[in-house]
Design a protein around this ligand. Structure first.
Ligand code: MGD
Ligand code: MGD
Length: 763
């Protein structure tokens, strides 16, 4: 019975999301069927038999956080729709957003606080009360702090409620070792490079001025598989009105299939391609001469640097024909200033990523794109005050996707006993955020000082941080691990205490405030009461804080009081925000005209720094240089990975509806190579990396759409925990195969594309 219903649901769902493929956007209506599927005992019209309650929140299925309206009947959510008033969703959601109801009603969810009874990793637990869980956790953490200092507790956080732990709690408590994977394993090169080049970080929404953009270039950003709702809408609209698209990717991605030019660049050589484009702009005088004279410094040094970096030079390195390099440079230049390279998001690739990102920004500067209509607008944060609290013990620790542009501090924060971050960040660089992967080592070696306690909130530790075996060793070594999650993800089995959080549909979160073209503030309120014995993150952080001597930071009694105090600073309240459809939109300052006589660039020179004195003084190249990366050994392919349109990282593979749409990943292998190796399309293979780590089996997709020197799989599969009944053992894990990384010395990012794999046919 349940099975039949699920099949119907799937068909409808597929219709609504255009076969679940790229560019799948769904309007209202699908979620009702999801909820019906999640509650097979209810008839198809159950949701018409009560009053419909609407609530406003942001989708928590990915960090993009589109505004949603949840519809609830008799205490059960039956659908979520995009909020038309929200600048990100504009009334639409992607397939993953439509899966939010199914995520909340996943029967595998964590349901009660638990204390470990078996060995770490065994996953044996006993349920305890919240009082016991909080008291015991506070006691253990305080004991660690007494012995080793407050800095010996690390706080890892991601997902919708991370603010309460990795920002608020960690800063109140006083540990500089607070980190988000969205910084050092994702955006840190683009943020550091942006700060160095034009004085502020990119912030949240990549600031492409889509309405007027005439030429978009993508360097390894795969819009459509990277299924951010707004970006897909903007791309589709711009392409429909004739925007030119250039895609550099070793793989013929979904967006490459829609492009005017596909450059199948050799992995790791993009900086050479970018330098050759710069060479063409300058030698052919095809750059915005006036803009460069007025708004940039270091042009002469750049010109001298790229003098010999011709398309012919780059063709040898990148495998992209010289004529194609020249032609694409001219297409960009013909459209300036309405032409730009999108900064990208997951840009920690090869360990030299800050310099590649600088080269991207330099191209954009030569095209005169910054601050120009149809180019790249200036992102601005909305105005609203924080909840009043005494000065934090420590400030400026975490950063990440939600980091405020320009908010990075130039000096490293110190803990109460004078210790700076334990991630090796000793220079002014790596300033934006603590490097999460670098905090694993002190958990093992105790150097530069021991980290003995870990709070892990919403981070999929064994599927997101490179070198899983090292992370397990660190987990074995810690005195206390507290996991706050909604699902029994693999790392949860390694925790001493598990606290189950209510999902975003069941809780308030802090207001959503991120830099945007039209800065806005969005309400995140619950649609239903927390299910089972779960509690909201804000409550857990506060209760833990109260038990750890942090009362002065948690003066508010209820979350409504907290939110109303913030909203009062802009003359609003939760009630008023509801009346305004859950969103307050403010005025931005996207273009030069909005800055009068002042410079929008917060660099030392007040201009875009094509040559960076700051980098040169620190012993790095002042203008980006091409550095070769290690080649795959004989018989090995470079392991590439990326997003799947209906999944988010490793967290949605278990979500019933999304799992049904796509239960496992496949391995893209060049068809010629497959034939040479006697592997057929659809065969299952095991994948083994350079360190002998094996993952799989995974189905081979033999295709012309990838270069012969690389293989590609979507991230997040190949999980191993029987409590994840849908995800367990499906496909192969890129995370497990990424047993090494190359650290970018400038931004602290972990380059993950430095792993090589060979294929072993399944017996
Ligand atoms: P997810 O798999 O989404 O990735 O890293 P993560 O954010 O760690 O894990 C989210 C975790 O939060 C899961 O454990 C999930 O169960 C839990 N969760 C979900 N909702 C809630 C909630 O409401 N409350 C709580 N408490 N927990 C919740 C992402 C990171 O990974 C990023 S940003 C990037 S770009 C990198 N991508 C990447 C990759 O592509 N490949 C590899 N191999 N590693 C990567 N690491 C990075
Ligand atoms: P990846 O997913 O890693 O990054 O999305 P993106 O920033 O687009 O994209 C990898 C692309 O780079 C692939 O197409 C790969 O073939 C290509 N590539 C690999 N190596 C090279 C190289 O050397 N040079 C070039 N030019 N290209 C290369 C990440 C983004 O996705 C992030 S950070 C988040 S937080 C969101 N997560 C997310 C999700 O989890 N699921 C879905 N469906 N969408 C998402 N959107 C966002």
């Amino acid at each position: 019975m349940a099975k039949v219903e699920l099949q119907i649901t799937r068909r409808k769902f597929l219709q609504a999301t255009a076969a679940g493929g790229a560019f799948a956007l769904a309007g209202p209506g699908v979620g009702a069927l999801q909820a019906a599927a999640a509650a097979p005992t209810l008839g198809p019209t159950w949701f018409r038999e009560g009053e419909i309650k609407k609530s406003y929140s942001c989708c928590s299925m990915c960090p993009w956080s589109c505004g949603i309206i949840a519809s609830t009947v008799n205490g059960r959510v039956y659908k979520v729709d995009g909020n038309p008033a929200d600048p990100k969703s504009r009334g639409m959601l992607c397939g993953r957003g439509q899966g939010l109801v199914s995520f909340a009603y996943d029967p595998d969810r964590l349901q009660a606080p638990m204390v470990r009874t078996g060995e770490r990793g065994e996953g044996k637990f006993q349920e305890v009360t919240w009082e016991e869980a909080l008291d015991q956790s506070a006691e253990k953490l305080m004991a660690i702090a007494d012995q080793y200092g407050p800095e010996s507790i690390a706080v890892f956080g991601h997902t919708a409620g991370d603010f309460w732990f990795v920002d608020y709690f960690a800063q109140a408590w006083g540990t500089p070792n607070a980190a988000k994977p969205s910084a050092s394993i994702c955006t840190s090169p683009r943020e550091e490079a942006a700060t160095l080049t034009y004085g502020s970080g990119v912030g949240g929404h990549e600031p492409m001025d889509w309405e007027g953009l005439q030429c978009l270039t993508l360097i390894g950003s795969h819009i459509g598989e990277d299924a951010r709702n707004t970006v897909m809408q903007d791309f589709a609209n711009a392409r429909a009105r004739g925007m030119k698209v250039i895609v550099a990717d070793p793989r013929f991605s979904q967006v490459a299939a829609k492009a005017d030019y596909w450059l199948p660049v050799k992995p790791g050589t993009d900086t050479a391609l970018l330098l050759a484009w710069i060479n063409v702009f300058i030698t052919e005088q095809r750059y915005d001469v006036e803009y460069v004279a007025e708004w940039t410094t270091g042009f002469d040094k750049l010109k001298a640097h790229v003098a010999d970096m011709t398309p012919e030079w780059a063709a040898e390195i990148t495998d992209v024909p010289a004529e194609l390099i020249r032609e694409t440079a001219r297409v960009m230049a013909d459209n300036l200033p309405r032409a730009a390279i999108m900064p990208g998001r997951h840009v920690t690739w090869y360990g030299n990523d800050t310099q590649r990102m600088r080269a991207i920004y330099i191209v954009n500067a030569l095209l005169g794109a910054y601050g120009r209509e149809g180019g790249i607008y200036f992102n601005k944060s909305p105005y609203i005050e924080s909840y009043p609290h005494p000065p934090f013990t420590i400030t400026g620790t975490s950063g990440g996707c939600s980091a405020e542009p320009g908010a990075e501090s130039a000096t490293l924060p110190e803990g109460p006993t004078g210790k700076v971050r334990a991630d090796g960040g000793r220079t002014r660089f790596m300033r934006g955020a603590t490097a999460m992967q670098e905090l694993i080592e002190p958990m093992i070696s105790g150097e530069p000082y021991p980290i003995k306690g870990l709070i892990v909130y919403g981070v999929n530790l064994l599927n997101s941080v490179p070198d899983t075996e090292r992370t397990k060793e660190a987990l074995r070594n810690l005195d206390f691990v507290l996991a706050i999650d909604v699902l029994p993800q693999e790392h949860v089995a390694w925790a001493d205490m598990v606290m189950p959080e209510a999902t975003s549909l069941e809780r308030y979160d802090d207001l959503w405030t991120l830099p945007h073209k039209t800065p806005y503030i969005a309400l995140r309120e619950p649609a239903i009461e927390p299910m089972y014995e779960t509690k909201p993150g804000w409550w857990i952080a506060r209760e833990l804080g109260l038990r750890m001597g942090l009362e002065k930071y948690f003066q508010w009694e209820t979350i409504e009081e907290y939110l109303d105090a913030r909203l009062m600073s802009i003359g609003s309240s939760i009630e008023k925000l509801r009346e305004e459809d859950g969103v307050i939109v403010q005025k931005g300052k996207p273009y030069f005209e909005d800055y009068g006589d002042s410079s929008p660039f917060a660099t030392p020179s007040g201009k875009i720094e094509l040559y960076s004195e700051e980098l040169a003084l620190a012993g790095f190249d002042g203008v980006p240089a091409y550095e070769a990366v290690e080649e795959p050994p004989d018989g090995y392919f470079r392991l590439l990975y990326g997003r799947h349109p209906v999944h988010t990282f490793a967290k949605t593979q278990n979500t019933p509806l999304l799992n049904e749409l796509n239960p496992e990943n496949d391995l893209w292998l060049n068809a010629g190579m497959a034939e040479e190796m006697g592997i057929k399309n659809g065969d299952r293979v095991m994948v083994e990396n350079q360190d002998g780590i094996v993952s799989g089996p995974i189905v081979v997709k033999a295709t012309q759409r990838i270069r012969p020197d690389a293989v590609f799989m979507s991230h997040g599969f190949g999980q191993a925990d029987a409590r994840l009944t849908n995800a367990d053992g499906k496909g192969a894990s890129d995370a497990k195969l990424i047993s090494r990384y190359a650290m970018d010395p400038i931004c602290g990012g972990a380059g993950l594309r430095v792993n090589f794999v060979k294929l072993v046919k399944e017996a």
